[in-house]
Design a protein around this ligand. Sequence first.
Ligand SMILES: C[C@@](CO)(OP(=O)(O)O)[C@H](O)COP(=O)(O)OP(=O)(O)OC[C@H]1O[C@@H](n2ccc(N)nc2=O)[C@H](O)[C@@H]1O
Ligand SMILES: Nc1ncnc2c1ncn2[C@@H]1O[C@H](COP(=O)(O)OP(=O)(O)O)[C@@H](O)[C@H]1O
Length: 293
Amino acid sequence: MTRHDPGMGWPAPAKLNLFLHITGRRPDGYHALQSVFQFLDYGDRLDFRLLDEDRVYAEHVLDGVNHDDDLTVRAALALKAATGYPGGVAIRVHKCLPMGGGLGGGSSDAATVLVALNALWGTGLDDDALADMGLRLGADVPVFVRGHAAWAEGVGEQLKPVSPPEPWYLVVHPGVMVPTAAIFSDPGLTRDCSSITIADFLAGRAGNVCEPIVCQRFPEVAKALEWLQDQGVMARMTGTGSCVFGVFETEDAARAACEHLPKVWAGFVAQGCNASPLHRHRKQLRVISALQE
Ligand SMILES: C[C@@](CO)(OP(=O)(O)O)[C@H](O)COP(=O)(O)OP(=O)(O)OC[C@H]1O[C@@H](n2ccc(N)nc2=O)[C@H](O)[C@@H]1O
Ligand SMILES: Nc1ncnc2c1ncn2[C@@H]1O[C@H](COP(=O)(O)OP(=O)(O)O)[C@@H](O)[C@H]1O
């Protein structure tokens, strides 16, 4: 049997916020949210080359991100510091997800580093410890570490697994980058949503409160949403944008709409998944490694 290299091809899936409400503001200025996170069967891919020497570095270059600020490097250093692991790693991200698009690519990359290196280095932390470590890197990291679609509260760290339908999505990137901090500090943002339940969400009594603010500031986002609505489907923005998604019953319907997407925008079709591709990959590797022993 050919030996599979366990460091290659780790998925870092995108997420969608199926809705996003703000219920208040915490003393530290951060906003208390309610949201549902669902993963997509689409995202970045990471390769890891383990090093005997005490060195962590990225082999990729991301537009506008300094090497030491790269969330993959920071995640690996955090795991090394917490466990005292003496060796190192060279990390390569094959980037597919647009940055600053509300698809959580940076957070997902960081979560994949924590989960993958914990397995490859044999550092033995459980997912609770990895999620705590992830929260210090970004509010969206814990959901990617836990690996199940979730009802989220707090700043996104209080997570309850949920299993909404898994439709096909056409995700459209309207070609602009939305600065999260600017949207959260907009005076017009609705910050006093009453708390809702999962049943309210499933009955369609939920939306994205950032959407009107982003649409006002970035007309391309409004245009992309209108275009999706014109395809006759439910359309919404994810997170603080800029990406928007349309919900389709079948892959064929989503792909047919994608074919007509105006060329000025980028788009992709993906299925929603409640179990993260990252965790499916980890499980497969465990099976392969048991077979090879
Ligand atoms: C709101 C979400 C939903 O997924 O939006 P997206 O970033 O995915 O679009 C995220 O939780 C965002 O998390 P993340 O992207 O890590 O935000 P950060 O970089 O920590 O925050 C950038 C800035 O936004 C504001 N901020 C962020 C999150 C929050 N719950 N309240 C806030 O007020 C703060 O001013 C913060 O300095
Ligand atoms: N490995 C990484 N991948 C993407 N973004 C990163 C990474 N490391 C740091 N960042 C920074 O995080 C910001 C947010 O990126 P991202 O998570 O893709 O968007 P969003 O939070 O809107 O979903 C980027 O603009 C970039 O400056």
